[in-house]
Design a protein around this ligand. Structure first.
Ligand SMILES: Nc1ncnc2c1ncn2[C@@H]1O[C@H](COP(=O)(O)OP(=O)(O)OP(=O)(O)O)[C@@H](O)[C@H]1O
Ligand SMILES: [Mg+2]
Length: 385
């Protein structure tokens, strides 16, 4: 096979495996840019989450896929076809919202079968498919009930069955569990994941809850201010955040700023002042002022002061809290900034148990713990006394 044919063949395969594609899509509302030149390829059969704080453009992105909004710039493709001008009902997608919007006067079975009726599927056939969809969401024996007779979680299952029965190419879910209490929410997360595995339909899931996104998704797109900051597997998003925003938004992160004083062989040393030197792995130019992030669970606290070595910072314990299966302290470094140190209480010898507010401790971490997060936000150096 020639190179050209090989390239062509692989390109063809790739485009078949992409269900939804954003090509430099921008959406404005007046002077506000809600979605800013976003590129995104959603693979067939994957569970992809759009995760980000309120107002970052998640719902707008979803509404453009559904056809309720039109991009101002760029192209949007579903199943490889440009969908500009294609009305919502002609797109092979269905949406599940936070508000279930079930028909109150209809039975559960008729609610689920409604879309099929619009498609003129025979009564027998649509009732059978609706019953199967209800079985899929584990809601059996409720066919004749009205929505008001069901709990919030059960109503959301009906809404899900109603979307799944249409067998769309892509299912769009906009904070579908947002109205449920925490325990029910956790149960439904497991259910949703199971259902997605079972049906194999592409799910695009919008949430501002990082735990939800990380636990359910194959990939997560972290959004901020209308752009995708990072798109990767949950583990990579957590272990290797690429920007300060992602590092801060996903889990807790301690930040230490300083100047790169050594850079060689894929390792670096950052002088954070007050005798604190952070050694880590990564490529960065000498002399640059950078921000380094370290997860609370990657730090440890030891009674006594520091020993002046790298990756050790003398500090004072400010608070201590028990968080069920974890214990955490907040410690103030000599620079005045505070860090969180967290420990699982499964450990046979929980170090933090013997440490209390007011104690002098050395906060330590190993060389694999620091993440390089780009330039330090403030270029102004603190005056050293
Ligand atoms: N129809 C509209 N008219 C004007 N501005 C809008 C409209 N829809 C959304 N916006 C604005 O666009 C931005 C993105 O909104 P969007 O609803 O996509 O955010 P979101 O990420 O879904 O937030 P949330 O988590 O609060 O639901 C916001 O600043 C919002 O105020
Ligand atoms: Mg929204």
């Amino acid at each position: 096979m020639t190179q050209a044919t090989a390239d062509h063949a692989s390109a063809a395969v790739t485009s078949e495996e992409i269900d939804v594609e954003f090509r430099a899509v921008t959406k404005r509302f007046g002077s506000l840019t809600a979605v800013s030149s976003v590129n995104l390829r959603v693979h067939k059969g994957e569970f992809l989450s759009l995760l980000g704080p309120s107002g970052c453009g998640k719902t707008t992105s979803l509404r453009m896929i559904a056809g309720f909004e039109q991009p101002d710039e760029g192209e949007l493709l579903i199943g490889g076809r440009d969908v500009s001008g294609v009305p919502p009902y002609k797109r092979d997608v269905n949406t599940v919202f936070q508000q279930y919007a079930l028909f109150p006067h209809m039975s559960i079975l008729d609610n689920v079968a409604y879309g099929l009726k619009q498609r003129r599927v025979s009564k027998k056939e649509r009732h059978q498919q609706a019953a199967e969809a209800l079985e899929l969401v584990r809601l059996v024996g409720r066919d004749t009930h009205r929505p008001s007779m069901l709990s919030g979680g059960q109503q959301q299952r009906v809404a899900l069955a109603r979307a799944l029965v249409m067998n769309p190419r892509v299912l769009l879910l906009d904070e579908p569990l947002g109205a449920l209490d925490l325990k029910l929410r956790k149960e439904m997360q497991i259910e949703l994941k199971r259902i997605q595995d079972q049906v194999g339909i592409t799910f695009i899931y919008v949430t501002h809850d990082q735990e939800e996104a990380l636990s359910m998704s194959d990939r997560v797109a972290v959004m901020s201010n209308g752009v995708i900051e990072q798109l990767d597997e949950p583990r990579a998003i957590y272990d290797r955040p690429l920007t300060p925003f992602v590092a801060d938004f996903i889990g807790d992160m301690n930040f230490i700023d300083g100047q790169v004083v050594e850079a060689a062989d894929g390792g670096f040393a950052v002088d954070a002042g007050q005798g604190v030197v952070v050694r880590g792995r990564g490529d960065v130019a000498r002399g640059r002022r950078v921000r380094v992030g370290i997860r609370p669970e990657r730090m440890a606290a030891h009674p006594g002061g520091g020993d002046g070595r790298a990756n050790s910072a003398p500090s004072e314990v400010v608070t201590k809290m028990y968080l069920g299966d974890q214990v955490q302290i907040v410690a103030r470094l000599a620079s005045g900034s505070e860090v969180i140190v967290r420990e699982q209480r499964t450990s046979a010898d929980p170090a933090l148990d013997t440490i209390n507010p007011g104690d002098q401790v050395a906060i330590t971490w190993d060389e694999a713990a620091p993440h390089l997060l780009g330039d330090a936000p403030h270029a102004v150096e603190k005056e050293t006394p």
